[in-house]
Design a protein around this ligand. Structure first.
Ligand SMILES: NC(=O)c1ccc[n+]([C@@H]2O[C@H](COP(=O)([O-])OP(=O)(O)OC[C@H]3O[C@@H](n4cnc5c(N)ncnc54)[C@H](O)[C@@H]3O)[C@@H](O)[C@H]2O)c1
Length: 305
């Protein structure tokens, strides 16, 4: 495969201003979170649960933290709060938003990586081996397709657009799994993120639906490959959540409205609810579950209307 190291883009003034505001918001959130006032609010809002999941001593490699809306961020935070140490991969173009956020975790390690660059993949996994030695979990929460291929007719896709969407959104799961599996010496859990557009037509989702179908099939084949090593591979199929990636999909606002109108729970879901499922899939509570696509979608996928 062709190896290309992406260059850091020169951001326009508007984006630089946005990044400054973003960092100030993170700073305030962090200080609030540490205060007694915040803890009181959180305690009141939390459901009292009978089971607590303890991941102390565990290590996770997380791909896909772009900003504080990213599903990967919510998963990383949930695993971190359960005692798991995080090694985060971020793309160079999101560095100014990803790194200040990742730094708020407990003793995190982070390194830039881009799944289309063999050079960056080699140096990233070299560092994972040096720092972690053994790994317990891999979170694959990345996808990419050109904006013009997430609107209009699916048949408008061109060869390069098809390739890039599959390379980043689907092939990368096999690539990351192959590199990390030898480090999962005591077994492990690998989680990918998918969407219902893999099975049912979602206008605008187009090439991403086709790439997600390949991703879900990869999950099943990888689960078979790695079952004897006690490495489980699953995908979470999440309902729509407003993130950077979702903003590229034409018709995304309609998707949000549809879930409120048609799902059994009559609402949208949150990234924290996806993180809850990821925590379950990393824990022993899910030790007999592999090769599955688990829906966190307020029941939308069960409906026929
Ligand atoms: N937001 C939703 O509604 C939704 C629903 C279901 C599934 N998903 C899936 O969840 C995953 C995470 O997306 P998100 O919604 O949190 O958006 P996001 O934009 O926050 O995350 C996408 C991530 O992919 C990373 N990425 C893109 N190309 C990459 C590359 N070449 N190398 C390395 N990383 C790369 C980006 O840096 C970013 O961190 C995706 O697989 C997405 O398809 C999202």
């Amino acid at each position: 495969m062709e190896s290309k190291t992406p260059k850091t883009p020169e951001w326009p003034l508007k984006v630089k201003l946005f990044i400054k505001i973003y960092k100030a918001r993170l700073f305030l959130q962090n200080h609030l979170r540490k205060s007694k006032f915040w803890n009181n609010i959180e305690e009141k809002g939390n459901d009292k649960m009978a089971v607590t999941i303890d991941l102390k001593g565990k290590k996770a490699v997380v791909f896909g933290i772009a900003n504080d809306k990213s599903i990967a961020w919510h998963i990383a935070k949930r695993l971190n709060d359960a005692g798991c140490r995080i090694f985060a991969a971020y793309q160079e173009r999101t560095e100014q938003m990803s790194v200040p956020l990742i730094k708020t975790l407990d003793n995190p390690i982070y390194e830039k990586c881009d799944v289309v660059s063999d050079e960056l993949l080699d140096s990233f996994f070299k560092k994972v081996k040096e720092e972690f030695g053994e790994v317990d979990f891999l979170i694959h929460s990345i996808a990419f397709a050109k904006r013009e291929h997430l609107q209009g007719k699916y048949m408008g896709i061109d060869r390069r657009g098809y390739q890039v969407a599959h390379e980043v959104s689907s092939y990368s799961l096999a690539e990351l799994t192959r590199r990390i599996a030898p480090m999962m010496k005591k077994g492990g859990s690998i989680i990918a993120m998918t969407y219902l557009g893999s099975e049912k037509v979602t206008p605008g989702y187009n090439i991403m639906g086709v790439a997600k179908a390949a991703l879900e099939s990869s999950v099943r084949y990888l689960a078979y490959d790695l079952g004897e090593q006690k490495i489980r591979v699953n995908a979470i199929s999440a309902g729509p959540i407003a993130t950077l990636a979702a903003s590229g999909i034409a018709g995304f606002p309609e998707m949000l409205l549809n879930y409120v109108a048609k799902s059994p729970l009559k609402r949208n879901i949150t990234a924290d609810e996806v993180a809850d499922c990821a925590l379950f899939l990393c824990s022993n509570l899910s030790k007999a579950i592999t090769g599955q696509v688990i829906f966190v979608d307020a029941g939308y996928s069960a409906m026929g209307i």
